[in-house]
Write a protein of this length. Structure first.
Length: 232
């Protein structure tokens, strides 16, 4: 970590949507994901995110970071996943890694951010961000728990219309695209890239999981402003 560019640890990083936002806000970024992510645009460690965090705490290397961001999987609480499983007769249990992630983040003593989609009630919703706040072509509501620091909530402007596609048997046009699934008017890969401002990957699975970089650019800027006020 340098005085000019503090470093953020990006856990459960996927292909780097969150990472790019922090980079644009002024951070150097190290990503960790269980899957191989050749499109990740910054330094990357493949492995279990919680094992990596445990190692960094045990060795003291965690001290290199000013902030930790985590987007742990929590399919057990996801309304879409649970509903789909019930409708298909699937009974497979899903991992909820939010609680163990938070426990380790508290051990670091560092400020942190935990991100989850709407429909997952396992985090404190200190911030709720929407693509319309940043003029994006997606809504992609996301909630963020802030540990060890605070930021004011931005105003959530009214949506300008529908998300394009079929819903409840009705097809509608609208100014937003659906960056998940396929068919039924859902976004193509190029549409997802444009709508979220992500150019470095064209892998559909990575795009459907991605946080628009504008979200974490806003969060990173708010954190650096808060940090500067504390140090002043």
């Amino acid at each position: 970590m340098t005085a000019d560019r503090p470093r953020v640890l990006d856990l459960f990083s996927c292909a780097g949507g969150a990472a790019m936002g922090y980079h644009r806000a002024g951070f150097d970024v190290d990503g960790v994901d269980i899957a191989y992510r050749p499109n990740y645009p910054f330094a990357f460690h493949q492995g279990d995110a919680l094992d990596r965090l445990t190692h960094l705490i045990a060795t003291g290397e965690i001290g290199r970071y000013a902030l930790v961001h985590a987007s742990p999987p929590c399919q057990a609480q996801c309304t879409l996943t649970v509903g789909t499983n019930h409708s298909q007769g699937w009974g497979r249990a899903h991992l909820d890694l939010v609680a163990p992630t938070r426990a380790l983040l508290e051990l670091t003593g560092l400020p942190y951010v935990i991100e989850q989609p709407n429909g997952r009630a396992t985090i404190r919703k200190d911030l709720s961000l929407c693509g319309e706040m940043f003029g994006l072509g997606v809504l992609r509501h996301r909630n963020f728990e802030l540990g060890g620091w605070m930021a004011s909530r931005p105003v959530h402007p009214a949506h300008r219309g529908y998300v394009r596609g079929h819903r409840h048997g009705v097809y509608r046009e609208g100014p937003y695209v659906a960056p998940y699934g396929s068919g039924g008017g859902k976004a193509t890969v190029p549409e997802m890239q444009t709508a979220m401002g992500i150019t470095w990957t064209d892998v559909r699975e990575e795009l459907t999981e991605a946080i628009p970089p504008a979200y974490t650019q806003w969060i990173g800027t708010a954190f650096l402003t808060c940090r500067q006020e504390v140090l002043a």
